[in-house]
Design a protein around this ligand. Structure first.
Ligand code: ASP
Length: 286
């Protein structure tokens, strides 16, 4: 059993683009991530890793700065469709929603699905499931995203959010939520509610961000977690997986924690936004 002081947490808010985002936005993102990682660590003291990753991702979804939940990007037909998933390393249960509409917190719908038989729902079915399970109808659009959509300025802010946590019992969980790439064709499926973008076992948990097609092609989260589960160190598992991602010129970043409490992150382009907390020091992207 892991000791209380071995609890760890890491969250991410996708990629930051120096060219299309201001210094103020960067500082605001840093501050928000610091706040959310600290709140979530407090929460982890009295909750499981699985409960905590959902709690953290819900807060990230509620923050307009990030491309998930409120503030999600708009697709090419003018609609917002969101995807989210969570995985419990202990039970190895994955649940998720793909292209859900009109809810505030897709991660809470993924959580609701974890004890059902059909644990990954897409499109209309996911939206119907949410509304018939007392999730309020909610429009996650903010004026800034509509402005970007109307001026056809393809936003380069890949702002997916995610969290990996290790709890006091030594269990690991991962959760990820996204508003997608922006301007995608309706029906396009993001990596975020697949095991390529979000995966956990009792050995390691990973949440990804970046271009979904690249993440799926390189099976990023699945490979890192499997490699760590098979005995490779977390650093080596990342290096090998990112070397393979490079072979396809892939664009991705990932955060992870293993069951020894090692926290790791890596990105193919050094601009991923993240914050981690080991109980002593909050580390944030600079
Ligand atoms: N991975 C997400 C997607 O492709 C986008 C992102 O991470 O920002 O939908």
């Amino acid at each position: 059993m892991t000791k209380k002081n071995a609890m760890k947490i890491i969250i991410h808010g996708g990629f930051f683009s120096e060219s299309s985002q201001s210094l103020e936005t960067k500082i605001a993102k840093q501050n928000s991530l610091k706040q959310i990682v600290s709140n979530s660590y407090e929460y982890l003291k009295t909750h499981t890793a699985l409960e905590t990753v959902v709690f953290a991702v819900e807060q990230l979804e509620n923050d307009e700065l990030f491309n998930a939940g409120v503030g999600s990007q708009i697709q090419s037909d003018g609609k917002i469709r969101m995807s989210a998933s969570m995985m419990d390393g202990k039970t190895k249960r994955f649940s998720g929603v793909i292209n859900i509409e009109n809810v505030k917190n897709p991660i809470r719908v993924a959580e609701k699905l974890v004890d059902t038989v059909d644990r990954v729902l897409g499109g209309e079915g996911a939206t119907k499931f949410a509304h018939s399970n007392n999730f309020d109808w909610f429009n996650p659009e903010i004026p800034q995203r509509r402005k970007e959509y109307e001026t056809k300025l393809e936003s380069k802010s890949l702002g997916t959010v995610g969290c990996v946590a290790l709890d006091a019992q030594g269990n690991i969980a991962a959760a990820t939520s996204t508003g997608g790439k922006g301007f995608e064709v309706p029906g396009r499926i993001s990596d975020s509610a697949t095991t390529a973008g979000n995966y956990a076992t009792q050995h390691c948990g990973v949440s990804c961000t970046g271009i979904g097609e690249d993440i799926v092609s390189a099976a990023v989260a699945t490979k890192i977690v499997t490699r760590v589960s098979d005995g490779l160190s977390i650093e080596k598992a990342f290096d090998k997986t990112f070397a393979e991602l490079k072979e396809i010129d892939g664009f991705a970043g990932a955060i992870a924690i293993d069951n020894k409490g090692n926290i790791h992150h890596l990105d193919s382009h050094p601009s991923m936004v993240f914050a981690s907390f080991d109980g002593k020091t909050v580390k944030v992207f600079e």
